[in-house]
Design a binder for this molecule. Sequence first.
Ligand SMILES: [Fe+2]
Length: 261
Amino acid sequence: MIDIHSHILCNLDDGPRTLEQSLELARLAVQEGITMILATPHHRNGRYLNEAHAIIEAVAVFQEQLNQNQIHLKVCHGQEIRVYPQLIDDYDDGSLLTLHGSSYMLIEFSTGKLPERMDEMIYELSLMQITPIIAHPERNREIADQPDKLLRMIELGALSQLTSHSITGKFGSHTKRLAMELCKRNLVHFIASDVHDAIHRPFHLQQAYDSVRRLLGDDYVTYYQQNAEHVIRNTPIERWTPAVKRRSRFSLQRVLNILGT
Ligand SMILES: [Fe+2]
């Protein structure tokens, strides 16, 4: 398995504090069947600044440690970028990273409101051949209340990534229901762990895939796993057509059923 979103590097953000904790996470990753992991430290989220050069250096150091400890995990560079007004300029200046140097960029929103002028930003990124992957949209209040706002961003070219814990139920039954709804509507393209530590935010990536397999079938699991490979290879993912909710027609059908017509 490939995990495209993780906080496995130590001392950069709210992930592990020590190298030993990072190595412990790496061992857990291998136990779960993860062979490749993208290290995506927070950047510009109001607490942490992790510019491109620092992450690339930290990944190289950590890979060396993995090799020395005979932990068979490949770590690649990435960045979880909070959407902010100067994002496009900073990408031009080289302080931002895409995932493993691909055309895919991992972005996140606050848990509250969506950023202003998001449509424009997705468009501007597309002009630069960058496809934004929205990290854990299910944890944003505005999207949770109105999933069609995610649909709109996907129609404009964005992709989305659910967090494993949202699917397994660790973030509550409401989030789990929402996560499944987003999957069923084809508004999800990736599942990733967003791992932070071994106790409170472990991987549970295999568990999440098992839940998806049980609730939605093998095709969804294959789809998400293949998409993660596309990111690593920097090849285009297949976009399943999003389903539009048609409440009124559903209601009409129910009335007709009740009337027996
Ligand atoms: Fe994250």
